[in-house]
Design a protein around this ligand. Sequence first.
Ligand SMILES: [Zn+2]
Length: 325
Amino acid sequence: MANAVTTGPVEMADGLFRVDWAIGTKPMASYLLVGDDVALIDAGIATTPAKVYRPAIEALGRRVADVGMLVITHADADHIGGTHAARGLFPNLMLACHHDDLHWASDPATLTAERYDGFTPYGLRYDQETFDRLASWMGPRESIDTVLRAGERLPLGNANLTVHHVPGHSPGHICLHEPARDYALIGDAVFGRSQLDTDGGHLAAPPYDDVAAYRGSIATLRRLAPELMLGCHYPPMRGDEVTAFLDASEAWVDDATAFTADLLAGAREPVSLARAIEAANPVLGPYANPGELRWALRAHLEALVADRTARHVEREGIILWEATV
Ligand SMILES: [Zn+2]
C-alpha cells in the first residue's frame, strides 16, 4: 500500500526529521528541516504531501503554512510526483531543483517520454503496467520556482546547507550538506551494490545514466565525508557505514566496467541491451528486477563508444554494440 508510514518523524540531527514509509516493497524516506520555518526534501509521490508530510508537520506541532521550501533532489517519479499536491496543501510553498533536472521535474509527461521511455532506440520498452504505475505516482505538472546551483548556500529550517551537484543517476541531482552538524541529504545519488526492498533484498541494480558523472559524485561524497549520510531508499548511515557504502558503490561501477568490456571482447556478434542484461544479472547481481540493469549497462556500453573501444551497429532499427579491437 502506498504511503504506509512505518516510523516518524524521527529526529536524526538537531532540527532534521525523517519519516520512513513505503510504496509497496519500495522503501522511502522523507525529510523535514524544522526551525523558524519548515522545509521539505523531495515531494514523494502524488499522495505523499497529504499522507506523509502533513501528519509529520502536525506531529511536530507546526502548521502547513510554516512550510516555505520544498527542495527536489532529482527528477524521478517518486521524488517529483507530489509537487502539484504540495502546492495545493502548503500555501507559502516555493519549489526548487537543479537547473539540469528542471525540464523533467516540472513536467511528468516530459520525464516519462525522455527518461523512462528513452530505451526504444536500444530495443527496450517498459511494459504498460510499469508506465501505469509511474503515472499513478505523479500528479499534474507543476512549475518550479527556484533553480539551485552548486556551491549555493541554502538556509532551511535551522540548517545552513550547501548545495552540491552529484549527477549520474540524473543530470541535475543534488546533495545538501550541513557543515556544522555534518550531515548530508543525498537523495538517490549513490546506490551501493543494489537498490533494496523493504526486507533488505536485492531489488535492482544501481541505476545511473552517466558513468563518469556517477564516479565523480562518489568522489564528491568521499570529500564531504559526512558523519551522517541520509538517502531516500536506504537506512541512515554513519561514520564507517558511509565509507563502506561509497566503497561498495565504486566497486560496483568497477565491476560493471570490467563486465561490459569483457562482454564485447568475447562476443561473436553485436550485443543488444537485452542480451547484456541477461548476461550481466548473474554476474553483477542477481537482482529480483534484472530489467533495471538497463540504466547502468547502457551507460557503460556508451562509455566504451565514447572512448572508441566499442561502436554502434544498427540492426533492424535497433542500436547494438560491438568491440572495435
Ligand atoms: Zn528514488
